[in-house]
Design a protein around this ligand. Structure first.
Ligand SMILES: Nc1nc2c(ncn2[C@@H]2O[C@H](COP(=O)(O)OP(=O)(O)OP(=O)(O)O)[C@@H](O)[C@H]2O)c(=O)[nH]1
Ligand SMILES: [Mg+2]
Length: 298
């Protein structure tokens, strides 16, 4: 009997408002860091596939930007389009919310959910809930809002929970041959991942105001015969005033950002990395369709 008989494979969109833990969960489900994570909302800006293959099944998770309607600019509109497009043509959906919270922003995502495929409500961050007795009434109320296939409370930070979620998902995938090779973890190139890692460090190491106006562009990505990756990156900022903040005193802050990014890249690429970073100002880039396109946004 062929090993591929009864094999299941499919796409699963992961959607929710900003900061609910979508990328954290995708990384846990994949078992590797394919998507960047920070405590600031609107960290993810692109559609990123995370692939996990195990006995009998291949799961292709579609991480998406947090859906939001607060600020209207070209970048946010592009991000919301990614969410809507990602919901077409998938086999199942994970709709993430945070435990004990279902607000207007969650409601807007709920309105986008397809009715013809299984939608699993994932109630994340239950580790933050001190009084667990409050959970059941919350889940019961949530169940009334949509015809969910399952409701799964969990913590994306707990590895056992993500394995349990895979068990729940597997029978809901269609029978199909694998879509990616067994060792694949993402569809994204090292060049793209390098830009994302650098952007994550900017998000994590700077205050609230800067990250939204920051984009990273990789100008050079070369692999030398030794395996070393030689990378030159530009960090675009939206305003002149942001440049000295990112640089820090005698460039110390930028050095720290670059050094942490380099270490993460070396881990992910399993190779030495030489990283050079510059900061450049381009005011209004978040509303500049041409520049957005050059940074990989549709
Ligand atoms: N305590 C706790 N924190 C979590 C959990 N899952 C995610 N987080 C934290 O929540 C924050 C947001 O996580 P992300 O994975 O970046 O969230 P996201 O939904 O991808 O956010 P956007 O891409 O901005 O929409 C980070 O600080 C995570 O460490 C969880 O289960 N428990
Ligand atoms: Mg994210």
């Amino acid at each position: 009997m062929s090993e591929l008989q009864n094999f299941r494979a499919g796409f699963i969109a992961v959607v929710g408002r900003p900061n609910v833990g979508k990328s954290t969960l995708v990384n846990a489900l994949v078992g590797a860091k394919v998507s960047i994570v920070s405590s600031k909302p609107q960290t993810t800006r692109h559609r990123i596939l995370g692939v996990r293959t195990r006995a009998g099944a291949q799961f292709v998770f579609v991480d998406t930007p947090g859906f939001q309607t607060k600020h209207r600019n070209a970048l946010n509109q592009s991000m919301n389009r990614v969410v809507a497009q990602s919901l077409a043509d998938v086999d199942a959906v994970l709709f993430l919310i945070e435990s004990m919270r279902f607000d207007a922003a969650d409601e807007r995502v709920l309105k986008l959910l397809p009715k013809d495929i299984p939608v699993i409500l994932v109630v994340n961050k239950i580790d933050q809930l001190a009084d667990k007795t409050r959970l059941l009434p919350f889940l019961q109320a949530a169940a009334q809002r949509f015809d969910f296939a399952e409701i799964v409370p969990l913590s994306a930070l707990d590895g056992r929970d993500s394995e349990r979620l895979l068990d729940i998902l597997q029978p809901r995938l269609p029978e199909a041959e694998p879509l990616f090779e067994e060792a694949a973890i993402t569809d994204r190139s090292e060049r793209f991942l390098a830009a994302e890692i650098l952007r994550e460090k900017v998000f994590r190491l700077t205050g609230d105001e800067i990250p939204y106006g920051v984009a990273v562009e990789i100008e050079q990505f070369q692999q030398e015969p030794s395996g070393m990756r030689r990378i030159a990156a530009v960090i675009w900022v939206d305003r002149d005033a942001h440049k000295p903040i990112l640089l820090g005193k005698s460039g110390e802050h930028l050095k720290r950002i670059a050094s942490e990014a380099r270490q993460d890249m070396e881990r992910l690429f399993d190779a030495k990395v030489f990283l050079n970073c510059w900061i450049k100002v381009k005011s209004g880039w978040t509303d500049n369709a041409a520049l957005l396109k050059s940074l990989g946004h549709d």
